[in-house]
Design a protein around this ligand. Structure first.
Ligand SMILES: C[S@@+](CC[C@H](N)C(=O)[O-])C[C@H]1O[C@@H](n2cnc3c(N)ncnc32)[C@H](O)[C@@H]1O
Length: 396
């Protein structure tokens, strides 16, 4: 356990997995095994397992999550990275604003309007120069440079934007002017990253890429274990906060909205061509399901179908008798208790993944696991997300 405690996160993330779950899931697996996290988020699983000598594949649909996992699993040479940071800052400081071109912003009115709403002029100018300088860099530190920029924006309190609570996925504009010094703070953040990244070495190889857990680009029977935590139904809208950083990192606001729409856990009805009969079967065991409003029923249908496709893919890529560990939270919607764990168990068993272990954990209050509830939400929120279950399946 000592090993995992030394690994400090490099970027805020609203629903991080507890590293000890990843650690425990490795039980009995030989070093060098290949572990997949198909919804890797900030990269807790790939970072933890690689420090312990396992190889990992991380996949996520969210470009910022992918940057975080890639950055976190980069072996860093402090002096080289410091030199690159210095070069980026010098380029940014020296560049004339009129020569900076960020086409995904300059040529897209929606992205420009979004930036105008969330950022004051001084920080906009500095972020333009900084983003442009980062995009001129290539090599293994580019994700770390981008994550450092993102850290200036995805903050709880004051950061480069006019918002608060960005790191909780609930940004709201709290000021109309800002004296945040972007380039100075970038240096501070990079120094901190160097310290964190130097604390714990990587001992396994890790590959992280953008992808969809419902359609893995991996061969059949190729993975020794899966360890993952899918988005909780209706819990966090990751993109709401992440887009404040991603608009500086090459993404148009329209592209980000499209990613959000197809993410698992989106509060949306299934696609028109979806197999609603299957969704009805999967959810048929939920008591009082009929009491839910249509919108919630549709949202749960979508989640159930996504779970079904994700577990089918998990089963396909796992080697025979390999294990898959899923951290899943149950929720209460409109006073109806939705056992997402039962949904997962039902579809897993249908694909040939047998449940071999299950335990419940209380979600520690002090963990930044979920966005803070608003006053109105407070009582329902506490009951909605108190515990999470850790389910271990085995491919039969
Ligand atoms: C609960 S978080 C994972 C947290 C992660 N275990 C960590 O410790 O940071 C769930 C992740 O699933 C990702 N996700 C949502 N839909 C996805 C999909 N279809 N394919 C891959 N990842 C997806 C989200 O972007 C989010 O990063």
């Amino acid at each position: 356990m000592a090993n995992t405690q030394k690994i400090r996160p490099i970027h805020p993330f609203a629903a991080r997995m507890a590293p000890e779950i990843a650690f425990a899931a490795l039980d009995g697996l030989p070093k060098g095994s290949l572990i997949l996290d198909p919804m890797s988020g900030s990269g807790t699983v790939v970072r933890t397992i690689s420090s312990l000598g396992y190889n990992g594949i991380g996949i996520d649909i969210d470009p910022l999550a992918v940057m975080m996992s890639k950055a976190w699993t980069t072996s860093i040479h402090s002096r080289n990275f410091s030199r690159i940071v210095e070069r980026v800052l010098t380029t940014a400081e020296k560049s004339a604003l009129s020569t900076v071109s960020l086409p995904w912003i300059d040529e897209d009115i929606r992205t420009r309007e979004f930036i105008d709403f969330w950022f004051a002029q001084k920080q906009k100018n500095a972020l333009r120069k900084l983003a442009s300088a980062i995009f001129h860099e290539s090599g293994k530190y580019t994700d770390l440079l981008k994550v450092a920029l993102s850290k200036l924006i995805i903050t709880k309190q004051k950061g480069a934007s006019l918002a608060a609570d960005v790191s909780h996925g609930k940004p709201h504009r709290v000021r109309m002017s800002n004296d945040f010094d972007v380039l100075y703070e970038y240096q501070v953040v990079c120094n901190r990253l160097i310290k964190i990244m130097s604390e714990s070495p990587m001992n396994g190889r890790v590959k992280v890429s953008r992808g969809d857990a419902r359609k893995l680009r991996l061969p059949d029977n190729s993975i020794d274990a899966i360890i993952t935590s899918p988005p909780y139904l209706n819990a966090i809208d990751y993109m709401r906060g992440h887009k404040l950083a991603l608009v500086w990192l090459g993404y148009k606001i329209g592209d980000l909205a499209a990613i959000k729409r197809i993410s698992v856990g989106a509060e949306r009805a299934p696609e028109a061509k979806a197999n609603i009969e299957l969704a009805k079967n999967i959810t048929s065991g939920i008591p009082d399901f009929h009491k839910l409003p249509k919108r919630k029923v549709n949202m749960i249908y979508r989640y159930a179908l996504d779970m079904c496709t994700m577990l089918a893919e998990a089963n396909r890529v796992l080697k025979c008798r390999a294990r898959a560990t899923y951290v899943i939270g149950n929720t209460t919607q409109n006073n109806v208790y939705i056992e997402n764990t039962e949904i997962a168990k039902y579809v897993a068993e249908a694909w040939g993944l047998r449940l071999i272990n299950r335990f419940e954990r209380e979600i520690p209050q002090n963990r930044r696991y979920l966005p803070p509830p608003t006053k109105k939400e407070q009582s329902s929120f506490r009951t909605r997300m108190k515990t999470e279950a850790v389910l271990t399946f085995q491919k039969t």
